[in-house]
Design a protein around this ligand. Structure first.
Ligand code: PEP
Ligand code: MG
Length: 869
């Protein structure tokens, strides 16, 4: 059983074993790129490490030693050498990239002997001792848990005593003194000497990387990105190259295309005389990659050539880390670059045009949920004219947002819980801020570049971010942000434009986005490939129009109760509900009929002949009732009854368990005249449309909450009577369908009976989940996150369909339903209809369409197309 692979032995297909970074280092080594030598300890070793109670077992150590010997031989250096010592970096590398979430140790191998070797081989004693000092601090912090401040305070103290400001003003002798002091700190903290043996250093570092797989921020990151906790991380041990050896050295990060817009040009930044993490950490603000051409033209040309090689090899936009050591270029990492949705689509479409991938591959390249980003608002042009610009930073992640400023991640989380819109303002962010970044509307940082933590993470989340905004001074301690001439305190409103980098004062009005360019072409391909239909849940003409704009193919759910909530109508609705006689009720329904008819007319008109599924009234009646005494009084006057009398009636409608109470078709059993009014409005409006010469509409009338065939028979009979009455009166007809929501478990397992009376089933997976699990939809939110946190459920079943249970009920319903009605039409209109994983399931079980909120239509379409590929 092999647990350690040299870079020569791996390849990119071995990602699950070597992690993303290790697999790509191996691949690059084997296609002849200048990669510093090294080896990878596999994810399988990490998993076994946890099984072995976090001990590195002997066979593994033997393998590591063998690989070390091989490495020493290959590059002609060895550990603890007085002239030319081997130094290595130790980095984590999981299967899915988790930027900045786990640990890294650089310059491992430095000790009292090899530091001299480093000084000799580089001819730079200052550099050698500075590296040693940094290594002691990094190793102590990362591998041994000694807080960084223990060391940093000594550094500051020395600078103060010497009256200097910059670290670079410390000379070799100063650094030697610091090294000794640092070793003392180590001894005092741990009661043992700082390990001089590189092998011991390496073992402890490998353990630290394995342990970092389970650090809290890594766990949060995995939860957010749906990454399993069981994958483990690989460890990459790689010989060091130095970007901090003077003015012919440097380090940088570049994307082969612009990760914000997708434009096809090299995009990135570098720092001269700097080491690895300096660029990403955002401590110094780096220079644009194109300037490298002026300083080191040959290195630049070589780098550009390598970027093309890598893009053609991986057939995708690459995110590449490089280091230049004394004028020689090394590639330290490549991976498929993280990008905004806009860039994701542009790159995928361009790659098809460039002949590197086909349309199906392009479709698979874009993560459906990422499309959310494209649907983000921007600031209204008109209001921007008056807006006050307070600062400008880097346009790190697009979108427009406003909120109150907070300076700590915790404060943002709390503000969000209070229902506020909050913006996280930081000097720079670190992985510890992750929960605050999730809760924030947007992120603003004073330092750091386009590849800084804030920028990379915000882009991944599709969250608006302005980074490296040097126009502002941030004091996290006093919770104050200063611009040139203004001061902002915690709780003040600002607005961020992540597409321009501009920061505004106050809360600016936003407008909804319009889609075009590559998006249109991409969605055409999606529509070509996709077979399952995508409809919208919409119950007014405005939403219907929005849905059409996003490409909806019909309405899959019009919740008619939403029409009842409208202010001008609710009085009639209340009269109808509280009527004591049939006459009173009918007279209230007569008031509602014309407005319902108008609703449907406008909806049909907006949908231009596309199918419209109208669901008859569903929620328990008491939801419409007045609660406050003054409202009851007003209603009593209008109805000409006493206040007490009416109050009694209102109270009489209260239920212990309304979601399982008198709602849906159960209402129609008690008050069939309500559904009859609605059906009359549906059919009359359809005939009106027809007679006005619009596209014909074939309404699909949907009866909710059916659990027993006899309920459906009873309601359907009433519905049919009314339809035929209208046909007679109007001396005209329209085509229509009658179907049912499939949302009660009993309906699913008697679907063969139900299907004899229904032309379609639309799965109401909200209720099917509620009743399948017995989780109250209105209350389960309070405890379901515990289920997820404790690993009892992988996902909240109200969000992502529970395939094994609720999904099984759906499959049973389909199988049984088709037995008695082979032409049964099948759809879904629960919230799951716009959730990519559930959409895939719907495709697999053979639904004809999914229906979701308008803004999720492109997402559902893409998920449906991906399910087909
Ligand atoms: C459902 O139950 O899934 C559904 C779509 O109906 P509602 O959410 O209105 O109960
Ligand atoms: Mg329902």
């Amino acid at each position: 059983n092999k647990y350690v692979y040299s870079f020569h032995e791996g390849k990119k297909e071995m990602k699950s074993l070597l992690g993303g970074k290790g697999a790509n280092l191996a691949e690059m080594t084997n296609i002849g790129l200048p990669v510093p030598s090294g080896f990878t300890i596999t994810t399988a070793a990490c998993i076994r490490y946890y099984d072995e109670n976090k001990i590195l077992w002997n066979e593994l150590l033997d393998e590591i030693h063998d690989q070390l010997m091989g490495l020493e031989k290959r590059i002609g250096k060895s550990f603890s050498d007085e002239n030319n010592p081997l130094l290595v970096s130790v980095r984590s590398g999981s299967v899915f990239s988790m930027p900045g979430m786990m640990d890294t140790i650089l310059n491992l191998g430095l000790n009292d002997i090899s530091v001299k070797g480093l000084a000799n081989s580089t001819g730079n004693e200052r550099f050698a001792y500075d590296s040693y000092r940094r290594f002691i601090q990094m190793f102590s912090d990362v591998a041994m848990g000694i807080p960084k401040v223990r060391f940093e305070s000594l550094l500051e103290e020395m600078k103060e005593n010497k009256g200097i400001i910059e670290d670079t003003d410390l000379n070799a002798e100063d650094l030697k003194v610091l090294v000794e002091k640092y070793k003392e700190v180590y001894l005092n903290e741990l009661n043992e000497e700082f390990p001089q043996d590189p092998i011991k250093q390496l073992e402890l570092s490998i353990k630290a990387v394995f342990d970092s797989w389970n650090n809290p921020r890594a766990k949060v990151y995995r939860r957010l990105h749906n990454i399993s906790d069981n994958l483990g991380t690989a460890v990459n041990v790689q010989s060091m190259v130095f970007g901090n050896m003077g003015d012919t050295s440097g380090t940088g990060v570049a994307f082969t295309r612009n990760p914000a817009t997708g434009e096809n040009h090299l995009f990135g930044e570098y720092l001269i005389n700097a080491q690895g993490e300096d660029v990403v950490a955002g401590i110094r603000t780096p220079d644009e990659i194109s300037h490298l051409k002026d300083i080191m033209p040959e290195v630049y040309d070589e780098f550009v050539k390598i970027t093309h090689t890598l893009e053609n090899h991986y057939k995708d936009m690459q995110d590449i880390e490089f280091t230049i050591e004394n004028g020689k270029l090394y590639i330290l990492q490549t991976r498929n670059g993280k990008r905004t949705a806009q860039a994701g689509i542009r790159v995928a479409v361009d790659l098809v045009h460039e002949g590197l991938i086909n349309k199906e591959e392009a479709i698979m390249r874009v993560e459906p949920n990422q499309l959310n980003q494209l649907l983000h608002p921007t600031f209204a042009e008109s209001t921007l004219k008056e807006a006050i610009i307070i600062a400008k930073g880097l346009a790190a992640s697009p979108g427009a947002t406003s909120g109150k400023i907070y300076f700590h991640a915790d404060d943002v989380v709390e503000a969000k819980a209070r229902g506020e819109r909050a913006i996280l303002v930081r000097q720079e962010t670190s992985p510890e801020d992750i929960e605050g970044m999730v809760a924030a509307e947007g992120i603003l940082t004073a330092r750091g570049g386009m590849t800084s933590h804030a920028a990379v993470v915000a882009r991944g989340m599709g969250k608006c971010c302005v980074a490296g905004c040097s126009d502002i001074r941030v004091s996290e301690e006093t919770k104050i942000m200063r611009t040139k001439d203004q001061t902002f305190n915690e709780g003040d409103f600002i607005s961020l434009d992540g597409s321009t980098g501009i920061v505004y004062k106050g809360d600016i009005e936003k407008v909804q986005p319009t889609l075009g360019g590559s998006f249109g072409e991409f969605m055409e391909w999606v529509d070509e490939v996709r077979v399952m239909g995508v409809r919208a849940n919409a119950d007014n003409p405005k939403d219907a129009a929005q849905a059409l704009e996003f490409g909806a193919e019909g309405i899959g759910l019009c919740r008619t109760e939403h029409m009842f909530f409208e202010e001008t109508r609710v009085m009639s609705v209340r009269k109808m509900i509280l009527a004591t006689t049939l006459e009173e009720r009918k007279s209230a329904l007569d008031e509602l009929l014309p407005v319902q008819r108008q609703d449907f007319y406008e909806l049909y008109e907006a949908m231009e002949g596309k199918p419209v599924t109208v669901r008859l009234l569903d929620p328990p009646l008491h939801e419409f009732l007045p609660v406050k005494d003054e409202d009851i009084k007003e209603l009593a006057e209008a109805m000409n009854v006493s206040f007490d009398d009416l109050k009694d009636r209102v109270e009489g409608l209260a239920e212990f368990n309304p979601m399982l109470g008198h709602r849906g078709c159960r209402l129609a059993v008690t008050y069939p005249e309500i559904y009859r009014m609605q059906v009359r409005a549906i059919i009359e409006a359809a005939i009106d449309i027809k007679e006005k010469g619009h596209e014909d509409i074939y309404p699909e009338i949907m009866i909710p909450l059916i659990g027993h065939i006899n309920e459906l028979k009873y309601v359907k009979d009433e519905v049919l009577k009314e339809i035929n009455l209208v046909f007679e009166e109007r001396n005209n007809t329209v085509k229509y369908m009658i179907g049912t929501m499939l949302e009660v478990p009993r309906a699913a397992i008697t679907a063969d009976e139900i299907a004899t009376e229904a032309e379609f089933f639309s799965f109401g997976t909200n209720d099917l989940t509620q009743m399948g699990f017995g989780f109250s939809r209105d209350d389960a939110g309070k405890f379901l996150n515990e289920y997820v946190e404790k690993g009892i459920f992988e996902k909240d079943p109200f969000q992502e369909i529970d395939r094994a249970g609720v999904g099984k009920l759906m499959e049973i319903a389909i199988e049984y339903g088709r037995k008695t009605n082979p032409n049964l039409k099948l759809g879904i209109c629960g919230e799951h209809g716009g959730e990519p994983n559930s959409v895939e399931f719907c495709h697999q079980i053979g639904l004809h369409y999914v229906s979701c909120s308008p803004f999720r239509i492109p997402i559902a379409k893409l998920a449906a197309a991906q399910a087909e590929v």
